[in-house]
Design a protein around this ligand. Structure first.
Ligand code: AMP
Length: 306
């Protein structure tokens, strides 16, 4: 009953109003698999890195017991590199650099030991590679979740729409939902996106929480109001990893469990932003996570009768 995650494994350079980093470990696959590893104990990653990535960085994944047999190392090439700068509100950012490097020619390998996995997260990377991965799975998974971003909408929309037809859940942020649908109102955007293929849609709204659409219903989850947000990078991927990690752990996919999975995704994402890069996601424990879940539950609970 493994959970397979495919996504970028990268170096990031980040600038926020609180500081600036040189190249640090990042990547959608990295954040998502670290997050999922706290909720499910059979996480398998597919990705590619260059020789510059180094064993010490691969050990960050190994130390969380993430299976990295599917992570290819191209010794003579460079890892994917992304650089971004956040605006003062920390909710919006500009991409300064996207160097695909190894990701440009990535041909995903699905190891035999990954076959038969029931849960699949297509984290952010080229839709063409997301599609190839799905085609290389010999049995149909129980649940396929896809994440993507504006970059791929700009350069690979036709392929992205093909992947959309094959997935159960899409997670994107509000800006991307507007770009994908051409609609400003998120409820209308959701209607249009659901008509493109996925049965469920999650729209992430940064510090304003997340909306889950599907089965003709809407669920709204808050984000935990935090005093210190240092670096939002990877929060979306962490959310996706927490979301599918919870569903894999529970083993039953329905709207109610998805609501809880959104809360788990939000809880994990709330840790991610507290330090730069993946740092915070390397040092959590189950108790930290349970406490956040409890805080999220009290945050929006109310009794109308009183
Ligand atoms: P998020 O903040 O959740 O949108 O994710 C940020 C992470 O996505 C960073 O760690 C980047 O390395 C990674 N990333 C940025 N651009 C891309 C891209 N075009 N394809 C795949 N991963 C990307």
């Amino acid at each position: 009953m493994s959970l397979v995650i495919i996504g970028s494994v990268a170096f990031d350079a980040i600038e926020t109003p609180f500081g600036k980093t040189d190249k640090i470990v990042g990547g959608a696959g990295t954040f998502a698999s670290l997050a999922a590893s706290y909720l499910y104990n059979d996480v398998k990653l597919i990705g590619v890195v260059g020789g510059d990535f180094g064993e010490e960085n691969l050990n960050i994944l190994r130390s969380r017991k993430i299976d990295i047999e599917g992570v290819q190392v191209k010794e003579n090439e460079k890892s994917f590199f992304w650089s971004g700068k956040y605006h003062n509100d920390m909710n919006s950012r500009d991409t300064l650099v996207t160097e695909l490097n190894v990701l440009g020619s990535f041909d995903p390998i699905v190891p035999d030991s990954y076959q038969g996995s029931k849960y699949v997260l297509l984290a952010n990377l080229s839709p063409d590679v997301q599609l190839k991965t799905l085609e290389r799975l010999k049995t149909k998974p129980k649940l396929v979740v896809m994440d993507t971003m504006n970059f791929w909408m700009d350069v690979a929309m036709p392929d992205l729409k093909k992947v959309l037809k094959r997935v159960d859940v899409l997670t994107i942020n509000d800006e991307e939902a507007r770009q994908l649908s051409g609609e400003y109102a998120l409820v209308r955007a959701a209607e249009k996106i659901l008509a493109m293929g996925p049965k469920y849609l999650i729209i992430k709204k940064g510090e304003h929480g997340a909306l889950l659409f599907g089965n003709g219903k809407i669920f709204s989850a808050p984000a935990l109001p935090l005093a210190d947000v240092f670096d939002p990078t990877g929060a979306g991927d962490t959310f996706a990893g927490g979301f599918i990690g919870h569903l894999a752990n529970i083993g039953t996919v329905n709207f109610n469990n998805m609501k809880n999975a959104v809360i788990f995704g939000s809880a994990l994402a709330s840790f991610c932003v507290e330090k730069f890069g993946t740092e915070r996601l390397q040092e959590l424990n189950k108790r930290d996570i349970s406490r956040r879940i409890a805080r999220l539950a009290t945050l929006s609970r109310f009794d109308i009768s009183g």
